[in-house]
Design a binder for this molecule. Structure first.
Ligand SMILES: Cc1cc2nc3c(=O)[nH]c(=O)nc-3n(C[C@H](O)[C@H](O)[C@H](O)COP(=O)(O)O)c2cc1C
Length: 176
């Protein structure tokens, strides 16, 4: 079955769901969910997030403060995370009942409920020719994982309102 080309990006799934926290110049915290995210370097450790090429709060904050935090979403706070997509709310965290705690290496706080946290300093914001998303490149300057987190708790985004939790784990031989 052919898929309309504007839907092609959705064939690369499931993708891990994250909330990016960021701050403005007076340290007001913003939070928004994303799932176009992947690592791109081990050394130095870096990741990229695909973010709509317009002045969203997240983009404005990251451009200005050059820092952001990736909070991996688990089942226990998934609905609150997705609620943070909402536009036009000044304090989404308060509105949706999410608390933050200070980070180690960046001024941006992380979500208290987040069990996997990657603190990032902005490396660059690239805009591939013609693309409707920026590539936001972050160098990971601190990373932590709560030992209680299970792979099955991590919320993966399919598309739209559809999500999935990882099920069966399999091992495959890797020929070196
Ligand atoms: C599960 C989920 C995944 C999303 N993934 C992305 C994404 O990868 N890139 C993107 O630009 N927007 C994504 N969005 C939409 C943003 O969250 C949305 O544009 C948001 O309003 C941005 O908030 P801000 O203006 O506070 O930065 C996603 C939304 C949801 C619910």
């Amino acid at each position: 079955m052919d898929v309309p080309l504007e839907q092609a990006a959705r064939l690369i799934y499931p993708r891990v769901t994250i909330v990016v926290t960021s701050v403005d110049s007076v340290e007001r915290v913003n939070a928004a969910p994303y799932s176009w995210v992947m690592p791109i370097s081990f050394q130095p450790p870096m990741l990229i997030v695909g973010i709509q090429a317009r002045e969203t709060k997240t983009v404005k904050n990251i451009k200005q403060m050059k820092e952001f935090v990736v909070n991996v979403v688990t089942k226990d706070w998934a609905q609150k995370a997705v609620n943070c997509e909402t536009k036009g709310i000044e304090d989404k965290l308060n509105e949706f009942g999410l608390e933050t705690v200070d980070c180690e290496k960046v001024k941006v706080p992380c979500i208290k409920d987040a069990k996997i946290v990657l603190e990032c300093k902005l490396n660059e914001i690239a805009h591939p020719q013609g693309a409707d998303h920026y590539i936001v490149v972050g160098e990971i300057v601190a990373a932590r994982k709560d030992e209680s987190v299970k792979n099955q708790d991590i919320v993966m985004h399919l598309s739209g309102p559809d999500f999935i939790l990882p099920g069966e784990e399999i091992k495959l031989e890797r020929k070196k």
